[in-house]
Design a protein around this ligand. Structure first.
Ligand code: NCD
Ligand code: ZN
Length: 352
């Protein structure tokens, strides 16, 4: 749909977020409504402590999420299973058949927050991946190798070579989402792959490069994993997201951490983007002269890849300068959102 560049309002089919961390307990109560406000559905990451590895745990977590969001939000959490070396393929298949597990998440052990129980070698997942391939269940990958000799800025590119490409070759019908891609190499790989391979792109990786982490002082609130890369990679991500290519879709990777845990000698990885996510994407698409591509990226490409219906409702963004709060607070928890203290030019006015 063509968009008039001077339009004061932007109406999109209601979007989904294909990668979110909602946490649990008080944090869940505090953050879930930020995702459920503009987004109709979200893929819920399973990296709780302990991780979500069983159908029962996923069902109980889904109930806690539904209890945390207002019923009128009409929000559907799509649950994922956290893959471990020992996970039982039959538990995964049962969860999928019972409509509890939408997908499985692969965290290489040690790659990121709460990934200690993750997978030590993808070959250990052969039986699980074979079963997933058979039932058409997508594998969502945190695409970084963790070998100590690989520079942190190279971990994604090396993952493609050492893990992703060989796995796709061994499982020729397995559907894979390469999550939160951060490099030109990942963009090129996904573009060239066949149609069972797609990727999510976060708002923060469209906005930040590695200078934003380090120039003028270390900026822990811009630290996430995979870490932001050089400017040329950010440019490649912006081209991919705004290109209209159906393989790329919205996944914020919103990952809240208490301010004290980020502003620390060993600060946590994760950016809490949920309160500004759709606005931040709209800013990027507008800067790229591609607002007419936002709806496909936010609301169409994801459900088509997952084989789910498109949402019926809509979301309205209004052109309006507003300043993002420095802190989002509730129940004693203090979290600094993405774009804190900055001015944004679009704001979600309504969602139905
Ligand atoms: C995520 C988290 O905090 O759970 N952190 C992040 O930097 N993105 C985990 C993840 O997705 O890597
Ligand atoms: Zn994540």
């Amino acid at each position: 749909m063509p968009v008039d560049p001077s339009a004061e309002r932007l109406v999109l089919r209601r979007p989904d977020d294909w990668h979110v961390h909602l946490r649990d307990g008080d944090t869940l109560t505090m953050v879930a409504r930020h995702t459920a406000w503009p987004f109709a559905r979200a893929i819920i990451m399973p990296n709780l402590t302990p991780p979500v590895t069983t159908v029962d745990a996923a069902r109980a977590y889904r109930d806690r999420i539904l209890a945390a969001v207002p019923a009128q939000a009409g929000f559907t959490p799509l649950m994922t299973a956290y893959l471990t070396d020992e996970i039982d393929p039959e538990e995964i298949a049962r969860g999928h058949a019972e409509g509890v597990f939408t997908a499985c998440k692969l965290y290489p052990a040690g790659a990121t927050t709460n990934s200690a129980a993750g997978v030590t070698d993808i070959r250990r997942l052969d039986a699980v991946l074979a079963r997933m391939q058979e039932i058409g269940m997508p594998l969502l990958v945190h695409g970084e190798v963790v070998d100590a000799d690989i520079d942190i800025f190279d971990r994604e590119a090396v993952f493609i070579e050492r893990v992703l490409a060989p796995t796709l070759a061994r499982f020729p019908a397995l559907k894979v989402v390469f999550e939160h891609i951060t490099t030109r190499e990942a963009v090129d790989f996904v573009r060239a792959a066949d149609e069972r391979v797609a990727a999510t792109i976060t708002a923060h990786h469209l906005e930040l490069n590695r200078n934003d982490l380090l120039v003028g002082g270390i900026r822990p609130h811009n630290y996430c994993l995979p870490v932001a890369k050089r400017e040329q990679h950010r440019i490649a991500l912006r081209e991919a997201a705004t290109s209209g290519n159906p393989k790329f879709f919205l996944g914020t990777d919103t990952a809240p951490h208490a301010i004290a845990d980020k502003e620390s000698a060993c600060g946590c990885a994760g950016i809490f983007s949920a309160p500004v996510a759709l606005e931040s994407y709209a800013k990027v698409f507008e800067e790229e002269g591609a607002l007419e591509q936002l709806e496909a990226f936010a609301s169409e490409n994801g459900p088509r890849f997952y084989g789910l219906p498109l949402n019926e409702g809509s979301v309205t963004l209004e052109r309006c300068a507003w300043t993002v709060p420095e802190i989002v607070e509730a129940g004693g928890l203090r979290i600094r959102p993405f774009h804190a203290g900055q001015s944004l030019g679009w704001r979600v006015l309504r969602a139905d």
